[in-house]
Design a protein around this ligand. Sequence first.
Ligand code: HAM
Length: 427
Amino acid sequence: MSKQKMIKAPRGTYDILPDQSYKWAWISDKFKQVAASFNYLELVTPIFESAQLFERSVGDQTDIIEKEMYKFKDRKGRLLALRPEGTAPVVRSYIENNLRAGNSISKLFYNGPMFRYDRPQKGRYRQFYQYGIEYIGTADPFADAEVILFSDYLMSGLGLEKYRLEINSIGCSLCSEQYNKALVTYFQRYTDQLCSDCQKRIKNNPKRLLDCKVPNCKSLADNAPSMLDYLDEKCQEHFEQLKSHLDSLDVDYIVNPKIVRGLDYYNRTAFEIIDIATEAQTALLGGGRYDNLIEFLGGKDTPAIGMAGGIERLIAAMEKENLPFGEQPKPDIYVINNDISTKKEAMLVTAKLRKNGLKVEFEIEKNSFNKQFKAALKSGANFTAIIGEDEKNTDTVTIKNLRKEEQSRYKNDEIVAIMNEKCKKHR
Ligand code: HAM
């Protein structure tokens, strides 16, 4: 076979290398711990869905649907999409599996890869890992406060300090109608100064003008009318209650009337947690209320709220703040077969220790004692188990504590109990 050109990972994707993967595990574990303390259960949905699910829920004039969705036909011509986000699949599954039956409330979490054909840059990937929660079945502002509190606990539980919680209310369809009119009147005066996307947004989705990153549009948006002046009485009351709950819970936040979110299913509460350690001020997570989505996708009228965040952005923020990710996994014991003739005995001791729950590395390639010993030190193991000719003949194992430079010999049939005890002390 002739040598071919190397194949690289697709643009915007990356490998989570073995010396980094523990960071993903650390964050996923922390997220699952917070989810358990708030009594959320995991829901795992497919990585691809019918493309229509996202087109209908996220909104066909959003960037995600217009520019970023990985859409393809399968061999039978079905139009599918790699999921760009997790809320629509959760709602689809909630309706399809009738999760409402017998439960007035469903609290669900998920964690996995999402796909968006975004312009790759730091913190923006085409495949990224997203954790998220959905609190389904209540319109009470206590639920909004809980979802925001969850987000805040996760950030502070990971040790982060340089973040800011921003909240807003984007009202309901009734308030939006009035507000959209006010926005159109305001921005129409500047149509020729707007970017080409915003010129379309003025007609299709005026609120999205507030979210444009183009500097000129951004400065025009600074003086645009505020959504908060257009909230009707009920939406205003909902927002006031949410703020009062957050105040009682001592959650720090600012009200940012420019948060509109990049997906169309939201109403009332919208919020983001912003990384303030860098100038880019990217969103660590975002969420909001989506009271109409479940009915819109064919379910019963069921209010809901949720949030999701990217693991890559959390890792970058934690690295900037020099925060720990727990320890990289390492073996408890490194088994050294002092002599080639004792390799089989070493293999059997390894198997016995592993079977009893210990983390054990067994040296296969290197035969010199010195080389094996160096490898043991490099592995980070606390102990070596040495099996040479002497040990083989007396059915014993020598255990060396690599931290204390102590060593003793033990009977082979006692080794599991002894090592369990010794390793427990080191954990
Ligand atoms: P989203 O704001 O589109 O919301 O995404 C949530 C988070 O995912 C972002 O704040 C960011 O941390 C991360 N993220 C998004 N795109 C990328 C990317 N290309 N690369 C890296 N990270 C990214 C949603 O997805 C909603 N489903 C959230 C939600 C749940 N709303 C209600 N429930």
